[in-house]
Ligand binder design. Structure first.
Ligand SMILES: Cc1ncc(COP(=O)(O)O)c(C=O)c1O
Length: 433
């Protein structure tokens, strides 16, 4: 090998590029220069919530106190589909609580839902013999962590969201169903549709009615509807609207996660899907990972069976973030007063999506200005992907493309407040006259 140059395959080049998600995770793990106080409004780290932590601690203590139960968990691999007692606990819970026709055959566990999404996208898009199939995202902007997950370039396509301005300072994205239906009727190569619900980055929550319509469309075209439920129902329940309920049917691939209910480090993603998809995921998991980590599954199993995880979601996680969502809005209204600004109505997730229409530079540059002051955010550009214009270097055709920042509001109140104060002060210096 030439010592000056590392030659990589197309696969390698695609997956080692300077992706948006890499930049974001780098920000999480890398300290700012010394002397710069940090206001971490970037990344996707959830908050520490005492009641949730206490429950996992109790589970861990019980595991340690119970003979060699702990050694039993950590000393062998589980099946590639998951820890079977956990898989059954999830299936029983969903079937008994929501009446879904789900058994253990419909549940697979992955090392975090991020890897579940990678598996799913590449099962349903890419080369199918001579056809190149795509994954369609019906509501752009979408989660930055998807943008580079397709192995085949150009296999992600999207429909720009419509935007309804609600009052002087808030707006809401809506699925443009006319554009979506027109697209589906003229693109037989679409292999799956995917939405995050609640949506990262905007905090939008697709309503039951919209979801039924998406599901109906997916059924009609014989393609799965992938719903990324990382912030959703029944847990972690970071949903603040009352027109959203847990949703699944045989044509839906529901991705869930224990990350936003206390266990991001234990990498536990859960997929509920048709048995053939679950089997494909298990086989893929065997090749990529052998098996998924067991500890998160072991700690959550009894909490799911007893209903305690659901209660933690409803009584601890939900109110925690509802309060935080209220606070971040009050900080924004206080510090941005007198400027032109808007934010997406916070309907769920741990993010506030701030639109700065008069910013005199793209948010990817403004992000650097803020970072120099210790305020770490996520610039919006990475969350707009899947438009053919972008293949020729043009920006995504959405008026919000380079004017939005994603703010994680789950940090300590004072840090969030001060971060927003600095952000507003810098915006005032960078208003296009
Ligand atoms: C929408 C969405 N999906 C998936 C993930 C991945 O989560 P994890 O791999 O920790 O389950 C995240 C993480 O922030 C997310 O925001």
């Amino acid at each position: 090998m030439d010592s000056s140059q590392l030659e990589l395959s197309d696969f390698g080049k695609k997956l080692t590029s300077r992706s948006g998600i890499l930049r974001l995770m780098d920000d999480l793990g890398r300290p700012l220069p010394s002397g710069v106080e940090s206001y971490p409004l970037g990344g996707g780290n959830p908050a520490r919530i005492e009641e949730v932590e206490q429950s996992y601690r109790t589970q861990m203590e019980a595991l340690l106190a119970d003979g060699d139960a702990f050694e039993d968990v950590v000393s062998h691999y589980d099946a590639p589909q998951g820890r079977m007692s956990f898989v059954e606990a999830v299936a029983d819970f969903l079937a008994s609580r929501y009446g879904w026709h789900v058994t253990a055959e419909n549940v697979a566990v992955t090392n975090g839902s991020q890897s579940a999404m990678f598996y799913l996208f590449n099962l349903f898009s890419g080369r199918f013999g001579s056809v190149r199939k795509t994954v369609l995202f019906p509501l752009m902007p979408e989660y930055v962590g998807y943008a580079d997950q397709g192995i085949e370039p150009g296999t992600f396509v999207s429909i720009p969201s419509r935007c309804t301005y609600l009052d002087e300072h808030t707006f809401k994205y809506m699925i443009d169903f006319d554009a979506l239906e027109a697209y589906l009727s003229t693109h037989s190569e679409v292999g799956a549709m995917c939405v995050s619900r609640p949506t990262n980055p905007s905090g939008n929550v697709i309503t039951d009615k919209e979801l039924s319509r998406l599901s109906f469309l997916a059924d009609g075209y014989g393609i799965p509807l992938i719903i990324d439920n990382a912030y959703g129902l029944p847990f972690p329940d970071i949903v603040f609207t009352d027109d959203a309920t847990p949703f699944w049917n045989e044509n839906v691939v529901l991705s869930m996660s224990l990350s936003k209910i206390g266990l991001p480090a234990l990498r536990t993603g859960i997929v509920v899907a048709d048995a053939r998809i679950v089997s494909a995921l298990a086989n893929l998991n065997a090749i990529v990972s052998l098996a998924s980590g067991s500890l998160g599954q072991a700690l959550a199993e009894r909490l799911i069976r007893s209903g305690e995880l659901l209660h933690l979601a409803q009584d601890a996680v939900h109110p925690f973030y509802l309060r935080k969502a209220g606070l971040v809005q009050s900080y924004i209204r206080e510090f941005f007063d007198g400027t032109e600004y808007r934010y997406h109505r916070i309907e769920g997730s741990i993010f506030c999506w701030l639109y700065l229409p008069r910013l005199d530079m793209p948010t990817s540059r403004f992000y650097e200005v803020l970072k120099a002051d210790g305020v770490v955010t996520v610039p919006g550009e990475y969350s707009f992907f899947g438009h053919p214009d972008q293949l020729s270097g043009l920006p995504y055709p959405h008026e919000h493309y380079d004017k939005c920042l994603r703010l994680n509001y789950s940090g300590p109140d004072e840090k969030v407040r001060e971060g927003i104060r600095i952000l507003a002060a810098r915006y005032r210096e960078h208003i296009r006259r």
